[in-house]
Design a protein around this ligand. Structure first.
Ligand SMILES: [Zn+2]
Length: 598
């Protein structure tokens, strides 16, 4: 299965996915009590926090950075920790963006004397006080509101008396509005705000917003759930002790959230033939590459809570480890499914020593089956290749292509015609140009749906996987011989690698449409066993939040690689009961053989 897609294309996809959360990107991350960070100022500054909080105390005519006077460290002054680094950062032009940086100076000693001393010190830092992108905001012990306008133009204030009126001239000196969160709610940042608390919080935000200044809560819960909740509630300045994590999380949220607009029409199977002891005539094996339980769950949840796949009753779990690794790749996993033998990662249809192993397609051919492979990857991708090729490494594309030409397959559909440009594929396969041509195709037919890897669904691939599945089943049905058809939804994996939730789910929906065609066919045919599984999970995907009604999912990934978690297997049709339980991926091969044995 697929590995690389061009980065540029990828950026294109992610750009047009969402607008819903665009507002979250404009949030100001506030590094609360920043002097407690291991590296004050620089950590927050470098990691995207545009608001930095420092407590100051005037003592012996020095402005120390501390929460209270017995914690004073003589080395830590507002100059050493903040003004010198900030002046340096401005001098080096580290941030050329227009974004305002707020230095929130919380005065803990007497307000007016301390502020006067601060103004005296600031005169040594002309770059700071003349910068249009810096706002020095006085919080804590402040002068009376009516006197705000008497202070120099570079001094702003943190307005906390939301309920009181404020004159226009004083409001001009206000840089942000702040209030404590605890007076409205004791929410710990897990789950949701209670309905009553949410109303209280919304009310105060609405009031604060009337002043048209950025709004901040202090003393807030500090978690992903909380950061997201405050962002969605319209809080402009997100309070945190983890500025880097908070910035990364909120910044990456748009890419993590999928809002699905195209759905799979759920088909309810008849279950007439399900689990019967009847011998199986035809087999359809559908592999969702990288399609773990969270991938299936998210796809079902956005699809009004169900898929055709989730109608099925015979369900198991398979273990995916390869011969040489805890975590399999698609080559070893494909080989395990196709041959019933564990092999090393990267190996295609060969054992760990490199010796070819007979695959299910070769075995069934000898028993008089017609066989076919459909994929949304290049046809030489590792998963499809494991069902017709025998090569030591998945990267040996030309050799794999030659194996395809020499294979006994009756049908293949996939991308990657470019690999075959100098190979005599047309001596063995009739190449067709459209799905419709399948109707009149001869007994060995190939259909390249793209030169390289097929376009992803979210970039306009349309319904080709389901259509080709449907027509291929008609193609085999006409021939009146038993058949084995492999259908791979390859790009669920690709988007797992890219940590792109929308990509994972749109490919998952597309997969369910192909599954629907297979199940419908099985219901009509009565002698067909349908098996749906994955080769492995990709991305360490989880779905912490979402909204079923709005078809929204927030996905989270722990890796951009495969994981070793077990993957679900579903079966439908006669002998489908064979597939329940928990077992190794190699067992799938033996269960298929058992299902057809007379
Ligand atoms: Zn993969």
């Amino acid at each position: 299965m697929p590995f690389n897609m061009k980065a540029s294309l990828y950026i294109l996809f992610t750009c047009f996915i969402f607008t819903v959360n665009a507002q979250i990107n404009s949030k100001i991350i506030h590094s609360h009590n920043d002097y407690n960070q291991k590296v004050p100022f620089w950590n927050a500054y470098a990691n995207g926090a545009n608001s930095i909080e420092v407590d100051i105390i005037l003592k012996d005519n020095n402005l120390y950075v501390a929460h209270d006077s017995h914690k004073i460290n003589l080395k830590k002054t507002i100059e050493s920790l903040y003004l010198i680094p900030l002046e340096r950062a401005l001098y080096m032009n580290f941030k050329s963006s227009e974004a305002i940086l707020y230095l929130l100076i919380d005065i803990k000693s007497e307000g007016i004397i301390t502020l006067n001393k601060l103004i005296e010190v600031l005169k040594k830092y002309p770059k700071i006080i003349n910068s249009k992108s810096i706002k020095l905001v006085i919080s804590g012990n402040r002068p009376e509101i009516k006197n705000y306008s008497n202070y120099p133009k570079y001094i702003y204030f943190d307005h906390q008396e939301i309920q009181n009126s404020i004159s226009k001239s004083s409001l001009k000196k206000v840089a942000m509005i702040s209030t404590g969160f605890k007076q409205f709610s004791n929410w710990n940042g897990k789950g949701r705000l209670t309905h009553i608390d949410k109303q209280k919080v919304e009310k105060i935000i609405k009031l604060a917003k009337k002043l048209k200044k950025p709004f901040r809560f202090w003393a807030t819960p500090d978690s992903k759930t909380a950061w997201k909740a405050f962002s969605e509630l319209g809080v402009d300045i997100i309070n945190t002790d983890k500025p880097a994590k908070c910035f990364n999380y909120l910044n990456e949220l748009p890419q993590k959230i999928a809002e699905i607009k195209s759905f799979s029409k759920v088909y309810t199977p008849t279950f007439k033939i399900n689990s019967s002891k009847k011998t199986v005539k035809n087999i359809i094996l559908l592999i969702g590459d990288g399609n773990g339980l969270s991938q299936i769950s998210s796809t079902a949840l956005v699809n009004n809570g169900e898929l055709t796949l989730t109608q099925l009753k015979e369900i198991g779990l398979i273990k995916t480890q390869s011969a040489d690794d805890f975590t399999t790749d698609s080559a070893a996993a494909g080989t395990a499914l196709a041959t019933g033998k564990k092999t090393n990662n990267r190996a295609i249809g060969v054992n760990p020593k490199g010796k070819p192993i007979k695959n299910i397609i070769e075995i069934l051919f000898e028993q008089g089956f017609n066989t076919g492979i459909i994929t949304t990857d290049e046809i030489t991708g590792a998963t499809p290749a494991a069902f017709y090729a025998h090569q030591k490494d998945r990267s040996q594309k030309n050799k794999i292509a030659t194996d395809l030409i020499n294979s006994n397959l009756n049908l293949f559909v996939g991308g990657g015609s470019v690999t075959f440009e100098n190979l005599a594929i047309e001596t063995k396969f009739q190449l067709i140009k459209s799905t419709n041509d399948l109707k009149k195709a001869n007994h060995k037919v190939g259909f390249f749906i793209s030169k390289k890897k097929p376009t992803p669904v979210q970039n306009g691939r349309d319904n080709i996987l389901a259509e080709v599945t449907k027509e291929s089943l008609a193609f085999f049905k006409q021939k009146q011989k038993p058949f084995f058809l492999l259908v791979e939804a390859a790009q669920i994996d690709s988007f797992g690698h890219y940590n792109d939730t929308n990509g994972v789910i749109t490919e998952g929906i597309d997969f369910d449409k192909a599954i629907t065609e297979a199940i419908k066919f099985a219901d009509k045919d009565g002698e067909t066993l349908v098996i749906i599984t994955a080769d492995h999970e990709t991305g360490g995907f989880s779905i912490p939040q979402g909204n079923i009604k709005n078809h929204l999912i927030e996905g989270s990934f722990t890796t951009n690689d495969h994981t070793a978690t077990m993957v679900p297997i579903f079966a439908y049709g006669p002998q489908s009961h064979l597939f329940t339980g928990v077992y190794e991926n190699t067992e799938v091969f033996f269960k298929i053989l058992k299902s057809i044995s007379k």
